[in-house]
Design a protein around this ligand. Structure first.
Ligand code: URA
Length: 189
């Protein structure tokens, strides 16, 4: 893998490692500050993200931006936002295991180069992948996990699930983001 972030981006933008490359408009590599202390990892691009080449720019992204601002006092340009798969699965189906496996080295390389203090995983796909578990997000969320190189992982719901689920998941996601903020402030681990 390339050792600079820009070289990594250039290589990823030309990726044809799996069938998702055939249907994409463009690779959604991720966006934000590659020197950030905070990273968010979602599932995969939707239609709007595929069209614009940017992660979380549809309804889920608007909710993420709002909760990030309200609970963490942060804007998206102060963190890095990425996805488990970088190309849109057709008809917004779930990414398949071989697609996740093919794309995994890009995400791992992003994490290695960014070396964030905190990774907030959004939903089942990123939480299960990075924690290497079959447990679901409802069981995983509500606490922090040590990741590698001193990074702390904070799993929470995917904003799309919060949009569907309403008040209770929203309150839990808010609490998880406060937890992430406390880790970043050094008042929790
Ligand atoms: N959902 C995701 O998981 N990622 C995006 O970029 C957009 C919606």
């Amino acid at each position: 893998m390339p050792s600079s972030f820009e070289a990594l981006r250039a290589e990823a933008l030309a990726c044809t490692r799996c069938r998702l490359s055939e249907g994409r408009t463009q690779v959604v590599f991720g966006a934000g500050d590659p020197d950030a202390d905070l990273m968010f990892v979602g599932e995969g691009p939707g239609a709007e993200e595929d069209r614009r080449g940017l992660p979380f720019v549809g309804r889920s992204g608007q909710l993420l931006d709002r909760l990030m601002a309200e609970e963490m006092d942060r804007t998206r340009d102060t963190c890095f936002i990425a996805n488990v798969v970088k190309c849109r699965p057709p008809d917004n189906r779930d990414p398949r295991p071989d697609e996740v496996a093919a794309c995994r080295p890009w995400l791992e390389a992003q994490v290695d180069l960014i070396r964030p203090r905190v990774i907030v995983t959004l939903g089942n796909f990123s939480s299960k992948l990075l924690l290497d578990t079959k447990d679901g997000i409802t069981k995983l969320r509500g606490r922090t996990y040590p990741y590698r190189d001193g990074t702390v992982l904070v799993p929470t719901y995917h904003p799309a699930a919060v949009l569907r689920g309403g008040g209770e998941p929203m309150a839990r996601m808010r609490a998880d983001l406060v937890r992430a903020k406390q880790v970043l402030a050094g008042v929790s681990s």
